[in-house]
Design a protein around this ligand. Structure first.
Ligand code: SF4
Length: 442
């Protein structure tokens, strides 16, 4: 059972390499990571041919490039965040497209730890579970999937300490401290574990800094060349964008937030839950509390004829509350789509068909991208929204950006994260969607 050659956490091949060549390999890796969000299938096809022995050298060069980038990330926290997120996305894609079942098992062991992963049979026998009917059913379902040719999946067991998200979301079968499930349902947790391992590798790679002058110089030069990834991350917080995110970057807002901010612009009033929803969102895309206080003071009609200090005492308290600065001091997150469906506002659920049609045909998103979606397609989206609103939202995303997201949209920030990558803006705090409904496309 060996790791696939594209996997970058193996020890790098021989570092005896001419520094200029090494730097080129790192820049090639950067290019690949930058291109990935806009067309993942193409990037994989062009750069990761199906593995053959003769390709060994290419894959070694990829690993060398990736390794030098780890050194650069070790010197700069913003670059580190960008690198971990981008490599995580590439990992997810290669795991799906370029990995055999045996290699997948090897990856499970590498990222979760050898002692935290067991094969189904091993678990059943070592834990004396041969009479467990739930385990037997899991196995039968897996075998029938194989017979139908429907799945490349396999059953695997991971220690509960490694997959807290699966425990809290009751995914998989928890038995004797192990989560038993098909490989597919571990993928979200696997990606997080990969990112964590990469972060540890970045930390430990610091040992190589300060040892060779030529490496230190190359790292410094690369850090400067990659500065755009750190500058872009802080753009939303800059003064000139205060209160005008929608006007500057309407193309990254999900439909629910576009709708709310437009409603606020036109009616100058939002209900309490809508205010909360938009407020959580603006906070997470980078608005500081002062910026948001200004935003609501200017936009909301409720604040006409009151002074700013009076506003701070009333509505201001609620806004500070959003940031965990008042009351229970909780730092709230943006709710996921399923919570929005029941307690907040989603156009795909809460608008009547006619209003939804009108909204989807024309809003800030369609204007920003100059897209026209035919009435027929919008009819299909409206019809689908009554049965599966998040699928309808995902399909709308693919019309707007001309890209199908790798996963179904289940969280407003997921929309922002994917769209901001497509258009080359990186900023949103690293808040993973709580659900990981997967839908492979393309
Ligand atoms: S499905 Fe989610 S992201 Fe899309 S509009 Fe509704 S709440 Fe927003």
């Amino acid at each position: 059972m060996s790791l696939p050659n594209w996997f970058i956490l193996q020890s790098p091949p021989n570092l005896n390499i001419e520094i200029r060549e090494w730097k080129q390999l790192a820049l090639h890796r950067v290019k690949l990571l930058e291109n990935l969000p806009s067309n993942p299938s193409q990037v994989i096809r062009d750069n990761f041919p199906t593995y053959e022995d003769s390709l060994n050298e290419i894959y070694e060069q990829y690993r060398l490039g990736a390794y030098l980038l780890r050194l650069v990330a070790a010197t700069n926290r913003s670059l580190e965040a960008w690198l971990i997120e981008s490599e995580g996305d590439l990992f997810e894609r290669l795991y799906f497209d370029r990995t055999t079942p045996d290699q997948k098992r090897a990856i499970f062991k590498r990222v979760f730890g050898e002692q935290n992963v067991m094969e189904y049979e091993e678990f059943k026998n070592s834990r004396d579970e041969s009479k467990n009917v739930i385990l037997a059913k899991l196995y039968n379902d897996y075998i029938s999937g194989l017979r139908r040719g429907a799945s490349r999946d396999f059953l695997i067991c991971v220690h509960f300490s490694q997959v807290p998200w699966m425990i809290s979301n009751r995914k998989g079968y928890l038995r004797k401290g192990w989560v038993v499930s098909n490989e597919n349902s571990f993928r979200g947790s696997l990606k997080k574990a990969f990112e964590k391992s990469l972060q540890m590798e970045i930390e430990s790679s610091q040992n190589l800094l300060g040892v060779r002058e030529d490496i230190d110089e190359a790292v410094q030069e690369l850090e400067q060349q990659l500065a755009k990834h750190t500058q872009i991350r802080s753009r939303f917080s800059s003064e000139d964008l205060v209160g005008s995110l929608l006007h500057n970057h309407p193309e990254i807002f999900p439909p629910c937030m576009i709708y709310l901010s437009t409603e606020l612009e036109s009616t100058r009033r939002l209900t309490h839950t809508k205010r909360l929803q938009l407020g959580f969102f603006l906070k997470r895309v980078g608005m500081s509390v002062e910026e948001q206080l200004n935003y609501w003071f200017e936009k909301s009609i409720d604040n006409v004829n009151i002074s700013y200090s009076e506003f701070l005492r009333t509505s201001g308290y609620q806004i500070r509350h959003l940031y965990g600065l008042e009351g229970g001091k909780k730092d709230y997150n943006v709710p996921k789509c399923s919570t929005i469906a029941t307690s907040y506002f989603c156009p795909f659920i809460h608008l009547d068909p006619e209003s939804l049609h009108e909204f989807l045909a024309e809003n800030h998103l369609t204007k920003a991208h100059s897209v026209e979606i035919s009435s027929n397609l919008i009819d299909q989206l409206v019809e689908q929204s009554s049965k599966d609103p998040t699928s309808s939202c995902t399909k709308y995303f693919s019309y707007i950006y001309n890209r199908t997201p790798y996963r179904k949209i289940v969280h407003p920030l997921q929309w922002v994260r994917i769209s901001s990558k497509i258009i080359g803006i990186y900023n949103v705090e690293n808040q993973e969607p709580k659900e990981e409904t997967k839908r492979e496309t393309q």
